[in-house]
Design a protein around this ligand. Structure first.
Ligand code: GYE
Length: 331
């Protein structure tokens, strides 16, 4: 049963039964001991995805699913709909099924130690992908593959500093990602750090839009009502920036001109809005982690040492650069 998207409300037991029943090869005998599933050669990976909250996430899911197929890894996939309890249930069910490796993108940073300890005791290696956990115990996972979110926030702030020279006051509103998520915490921190260089830049309001387009729109509508002088929107992802564009237009203002917009991700819709002049700058965050994840999984299962941190390479885009890059953009 490859690539199965599971409903939210199933119990842990039902979840285990569901994911086990269609499996082509039986559950793996666990970690380095077997190197593959009993009754078949394929490595079995249990993957717990955050949800389907953004264009980035959709591209990431596709990347993981395609890479698993290419690598000959049997993928058990579940979507947690941005809820930590669903991810914990999914991880427990993967432990019960004795998959060979568990990979997951933790929706929030904290609260993982108990379930990760259960995986460790069951001898099932865990790989963090995309987002980090905040845990003292670094032995709970083998490696963390993903972006440097603090650097992304810094790049966003540096562009604003560079483009605010000569201004006496620049009022910024910030649309934060999901509360408690690594990219929300780190992108806020990196941006704040960079704008220290320009005291005329002030963050006058900052609230979560949950990384969704509708969340970004709603929060922006409220910001526009209570703040007459907004110069810049800093959105922690493209989708919230796209929602903000709708709110700005509905308020009779011109996005990209009356109010400048900076976002992070560089997914197709974001890049299109950048090329159209509605967004001013995008910091790239690559969702194409699938191939690297499968490579790391194979190494971990073979007992090879892997680096404890693998950082994704990424760039930034101005409006002109977006126009040039769009035709070849894969996601
Ligand atoms: O930027 C956002 C998504 O964790 C890097 O999650 C990821 C973020 C991405 O919802 O669009």
């Amino acid at each position: 049963m490859l690539n199965k998207i599971l409903p939210v409300a199933v119990s842990a037991v039902a979840l285990a039964a569901l994911t086990a029943c269609g499996s082509t090869s039986g559950p793996g005998a666990g970690a380095a001991a077997s190197g593959g599933a009993a009754g078949g050669d394929a490595i079995v990976m249990g993957f717990s995805q955050v949800g389907a909250e953004s264009g980035w996430r959709t591209a990431n899911t596709k990347s993981v699913q395609e890479a698993a197929k290419t690598a000959g890894i049997e993928l058990k996939f579940s979507d947690a709909q941005q809820k930590q309890e669903n991810q914990i249930k999914a991880i427990r069910s993967y432990i019960q099924q004795k998959v060979d490796v568990i990979a997951f993108s933790p929706v929030v940073e904290t609260g993982w130690d108990t379930v990760l300890l259960e995986a460790k005791r069951a001898n099932i290696p865990v790989i963090l992908t995309d987002r980090a956990v905040d845990s003292e115990d670094k032995t709970l996972y083998k490696t963390f593959l993903g972006s440097d979110f603090v650097t992304e926030g810094k790049k966003a702030g540096e562009w604003l500093v560079e483009n605010s020279k000569g201004e006496s006051q620049v009022n910024v509103v910030e649309l934060q990602g999901t509360t408690g998520a690594a990219p929300a915490i780190d992108r806020k921190e990196g941006f704040a750090e960079a704008i220290k260089a320009a005291p005329q830049i002030k963050v006058i309001a900052s609230q979560t839009g949950d990384f969704t387009r509708s969340g970004g729109k709603q929060v922006m509508e409220a910001f526009l009502k209570s703040n007459p002088d907004i110069d810049v929107v800093y959105a922690h992802n493209d989708d919230m920036g796209l929602g903000a564009i709708e709110a700005i237009e509905a308020a009779g203002k011109v996005p990209g001109k009356d109010i400048k917009i900076i976002t992070i991700d560089a997914v197709k819709d974001g890049m299109q809005a950048l090329a159209d002049g509605k967004i001013n700058y995008i910091v790239e965050c690559s969702p194409l982690l699938g191939d690297q994840l499968m490579d790391l999984a194979k190494k971990v299962i073979a007992g090879e040492t892997v680096p404890e941190r693998v950082v994704t390479e990424e760039t930034t885009f101005t409006q002109e650069q977006a126009k040039a890059a769009l035709p070849d953009r894969k996601y």
